[in-house]
Design a protein. Structure first.
Length: 129
């Protein structure tokens, strides 16, 4: 049982987590990943983006080179090299559990972001209330 669990964790796909990126940093990471790997899944999270390269085994060196979150790399080194990425996160409050789910977006949605614009960011970014 333990060896099967270890195989699942160690053979996980390459997943890159970017927290609060600028538009240029986001575009740089996407284009670098797309140049090396052809099948990339993009998810928008509450505070950033997750990139998943399908068919590629997760590796700490690759994650570092492509700009993964430094905190995740540090914890992976402490845990022996495994990769932890959450698809769902929840928060308990007095009304129950609020679950935040990642939103899958396509490449055109990412590339159509107004990277350089004279329009203030507040006009096209949804504000939290």
């Amino acid at each position: 049982m333990m060896s099967r669990l270890r195989d699942i964790v160690m053979n996980a796909p390459l997943r890159i987590d970017i927290d609060n990126p600028s538009e240029l940093k986001l575009l740089e990471i996407y284009l670098n990943l797309k140049a090396v790997f052809k099948d990339i899944k993009i998810e928008r999270t509450r505070h950033g983006y997750h990139f998943t390269a399908k068919g590629v085994k997760s590796d700490i060196d690759l994650r570092y080179e492509f700009g993964d979150c430094s905190g995740r790399i540090y914890h992976s080194l402490l845990r022996g090299g495994d990769d932890v990425m959450f698809d769902y996160k929840g928060k308990v409050n007095r009304y129950g559990v609020k679950i935040n789910k990642n939103e899958t977006i396509d490449e055109m949605n990412l590339l159509c972001l107004p990277f350089v614009s004279r329009i203030p960011r507040g006009y096209y970014v949804k504000r939290r209330r």
